[in-house]
Design a protein around this ligand. Structure first.
Ligand code: AMP
Length: 428
């Protein structure tokens, strides 16, 4: 049994404690300085080895240091900050930790992760986001919480209404800050940071650091430790991916065949447009599949319902646009099908990263029409690998020239895109 009391340079009153009935732990997580309770908790969740961001960030956060991390979702980033934060907070008290997220989905995901990791503590975690009523959030805030995961706009509303105060925030996490910038949230973020005490620990996560964010970071952080976990250029090795060439008029039939011939547990189908997603969902429902739909035209209730339905198995198929591809962590997705090739090579990696997560294997199929050849090539160049072209035996293809690799290569060579295209920001 250990009762580690860490040096808290900024927030000296935080004293981590360990519940009495947890065994003494000697794991790779306890070696990073995590208490027995937390090491036991992550062991219960099946984590054996810390991911690189966890190995680097946990000791720094435990010591109270500020961090600029460049890791993306899917790297174990949430646990990298949540575990040491829970340890630092120790036992229930005032609102001492705020995590800002750009979207409701990410806020929900982070809140869920905190709930799981804090299972063996009496810390209270809640979530605050827009698009829903105030009642439950007000009740939760009034009851007293230690940790809030929030989107900026709604948090400001609560602050203005006097429903909560940030005066005791010891630890501030600004997550996915580049997305907050894209979404126009930086002024709100600044207003929120200003309401937190100056003497605090700040953790700042972003995939890129354009000048606006460098400025924000130098204003909000003190002597940060930089932790860079390379950009996700290639999909996890646990994902097998293939391109399925087909003419545009046969896309839906091919999708249908793929679903019929694949033994899938749960599949996410990505479309480029919201209307396209609705149309595919409707056709799949008509052919007997249970389908959830996620895109930005759907309201909050519909999005949560679709996601929950997919997670619990009510829907075997989730049809989504790219907004759902980024960051969403859904366990056990066995297949990803790109009904449309993403325009942006990085989106491909994000989309197919929804399967093969946390060491599970997964398959990713992409339908490639004659018009998509250039985008498909861009994806291969971006990842630095060539993706196998596959054909479904017995499917009545009407344009067999699509399978002529030489012709495809020539078409692609004639239509090479400027490199800058590959690094353009993600579409939302
Ligand atoms: P994140 O990057 O925080 O979205 O995490 C991605 C997924 O990896 C989540 O499902 C986590 O539960 C899982 N995960 C996080 N850390 C580990 C670990 N050390 N070992 C195995 N899985 C992990």
């Amino acid at each position: 049994m250990i009762d580690k009391t860490f040096d808290h340079p900024r927030t000296g009153d935080l004293k981590p404690t360990v519940p009495v009935d947890i065994p003494k732990m000697e794991t790779a997580f306890s070696a990073l300085g995590l208490s027995d309770a937390l090491a036991f908790g992550v062991q219960e969740m099946g984590y054996v080895t810390p991911t690189p961001i966890q190995a680097q960030a946990i000791p720094v956060v435990l010591q109270g240091g500020d961090v600029i991390g460049s890791a993306q979702t899917g790297t174990g980033k949430t646990a990298a900050f949540a575990l040491p934060i829970i340890q630092r907070l120790g036992t229930h008290g005032k609102l001492r930790c705020l995590i800002l997220e750009p979207t409701r989905e990410l806020a929900l995901q982070v809140e869920e992760a905190f709930q799981k990791y804090a299972k063996f503590t009496d810390l209270r975690v809640t979530i605050v986001y827009g698009g829903v009523g105030y009642g439950k959030q007000e009740d939760d805030l009034r009851r007293g919480v230690d940790i809030i995961a929030a989107t900026p706009g709604r948090l400001l509303d609560h602050l203005e209404r006097g429903n909560c105060s940030l005066a005791n925030v010891d630890i501030l996490v600004l997550d996915e800050v580049d997305r907050m910038l894209d979404m126009g949230f930086l002024p709100d973020v600044r207003r929120i940071v200003q309401q937190c005490p100056k003497a605090r620990q700040t953790l700042f996560f972003t995939a890129t650091l354009p000048p606006e964010l460098e400025q924000l970071a130098s204003w909000a952080l003190r002597d940060p430790v930089k932790i860079e976990i390379g950009r996700v250029r290639s999909p996890a090795e646990t994902v097998a991916h293939a391109f399925y060439p087909v003419v545009a008029t046969q896309k839906f039939d091919l999708l249908h065949q793929l679903l019929d011939r694949t033994d899938f547990k749960s599949v996410i189908i990505f479309c480029r447009t919201r209307m396209g997603a609705d149309r595919i969902a409707h056709r799949l429902e008509k052919s007997g599949h249970t389908v959830g739909v996620m895109h930005s035209d759907r309201n909050q209730r519909e999005r949560i319902e679709a996601l929950q339905g997919f997670k619990t198995g009510k829907y075997e198929v989730l049809v989504a646009t790219d907004i759902a591809a980024r960051g969403l962590d859904i366990a056990g997705v066995s297949h990803v099908i790109n009904y449309d090739v993403p325009e942006n090579a990085e989106d491909y990696v994000h989309r197919i990263g929804r399967t093969g997560r946390a060491q599970n294997s997964g398959d990713a199929f992409t339908l490639v029409t004659e018009e998509d050849v250039r985008d498909a090539r861009s994806i291969e160049r971006y990842m630095g690998v060539s993706v196998e072209r596959k054909k479904i035996e017995g499917f009545p293809y009407i344009y067999s020239a699509l399978f002529d690799e030489k012709a495809l290569a020539e078409t692609a060579a004639a239509a090479v895109k400027p490199a800058s295209r590959l690094h353009r920001g993600a579409r939302r």
